[in-house]
Design a protein around this ligand. Structure first.
Ligand SMILES: [Zn+2]
Length: 390
């Protein structure tokens, strides 16, 4: 394997490893139809490294497998009402506050196309959309030809599709060479009158400060602070107009435009190095604490995790790899129910199955969904005790 000796963002050589986890599942969101395939999932190492110059964090051992995000990849969160509401607010922000109308919108990594569809179908927006994603399943042309999809990765060849606006949410953290992706996108935007980008990615400061160890996993090879995300865009010749945290500070939202003058590149990695070291020091202790807590809870009744996304998959693999204490994983996405968690083989079920399985406690993997999970259970008259993971 070709291990990078320079920072993929700023090319500095002042890199330091701070966390190692051997043989972790390379998939967190892949649909596993039977328990054996879930247990036999391919594995890779997680060697997290921080650039002391720009603060970028990346998995130095990452080797992208050829079929990472095909049709068996399932990562839609839109089944959650509060996530759907969050997406609607973002759409409103782009169209109303940022006046994205009469525009060609390209979405890089559009998933099932739901977000792009909202941007195009928004009343009076007159937008046209083109989405790229290898895991996209559905009609390739829709909304009377205003919405198109291509079932593929976004690469150099796609940059010929003209764009005024590029939207790219939760993609850049899956890319080992983020600046190359940004340079490709830049090519698609050069002909636009008012080129703009809207990006969203997890905020690594939130992960480190809140000690959310299950937010580091193989599918994400690149982790950004507001500063290192800004550096990446500046390296690719973009001007960063806004960068801030959203979704309860868990994500970074960045807006950029294209400038003819090459912007100066800012680097600010100092703060993150200490945070990363503290996080790594506390990891073994946190794992011990959780194992003990779940062991104690499971002695009084069955325990489930709520959320079979990457957070739940990583938590289960770290805390209960042999399926000793966690009975099952709840997920609202019907495409995941009836399948098995990659790496551990825990069954994925609907919340309505919890009582029949004798589950007494569910650990909510994302605090942003606690309220809605509580409501679902009370409306269904189910008595399951919910606890937060942070
Ligand atoms: Zn760097």
């Amino acid at each position: 394997m070709n291990t990078p000796s320079r920072c993929p963002i700023c090319e500095s050589e002042t890199l330091s490893d701070f966390l190692f986890r051997g043989k972790v599942p390379i998939h967190q969101n892949m649909l596993m139809r039977d328990q054996q395939s879930a247990l036999n999932v391919p594995r890779g190492d997680l060697t997290l490294c921080v650039c002391q110059s720009c603060g970028f964090i990346f998995n130095r051992s990452f080797a992208p497998p050829s079929s990472m995000y095909g049709e068996e990849y399932e990562n839609t969160q839109a089944c959650s009402p509060s996530f759907a509401q969050y997406m609607n607010r973002l759409v409103e922000h782009i169209i109303v506050d940022r006046e994205v109308r009469n525009s060609h919108v390209v979405e890089v990594g559009c998933g099932n196309g739901l977000f792009l569809r909202k941007l195009v179908a928004y009343d009076g927006s007159q937008n046209k959309g083109f989405g790229f994603d290898p895991s996209y399943r559905g009609e390739l042309i829709d909304l009377d030809g205003r919405l198109s999809f291509a079932n593929r990765y976004y690469d150099e060849q796609c940059a010929d599709v003209p764009a005024d606006v590029v939207v790219c949410r939760h993609v850049i953290e899956h890319v080992a060479r983020p600046v190359d992706l940004l340079l490709t996108i830049r090519r698609a935007l050069v002909r636009a009158e008012r080129p703009r980008l809207f990006f969203e990615t997890p905020c690594v400061e939130w992960i480190l400060k809140n000690r959310v160890m299950w937010d580091f996993f193989y599918e994400h090879c690149s982790y950004f602070t507001a500063a290192s995300l800004t550096t990446a865009f500046e390296m690719a010749g973009f001007q960063v107009d806004d960068v801030r945290t959203v979704f309860g500070d868990q994500y970074l939202w960045l807006e950029a435009s294209l400038t003819n003058i090459r912007p100066s590149v800012s680097k600010n990695g100092e703060d993150i190095v200490g945070l990363a070291a503290d996080f790594a020091k506390s990891e073994a202790e946190s794992m011990g604490w959780w194992r003990e807590k779940i062991r104690r809870l499971s002695a009084g009744g069955k325990v489930a995790l709520w959320g079979a996304g990457a957070k739940g998959a990583t938590f289960a693999n770290m805390i209960d790899p042999e399926r000793c204490w966690i009975d099952c994983i709840v997920d609202l996405n019907p495409a995941k129910q009836g399948h098995f968690l990659p790496g551990t083989g825990h069954p994925i079920v609907n919340y309505s199955d919890l009582c029949a399985r004798g589950v007494e406690t569910a650990i909510v993997m994302n605090p942003n969904y606690r309220e809605e999970n509580f409501k679902l259970l009370s409306q269904a008259g189910l008595s399951v005790h919910l606890i937060d993971q942070i």
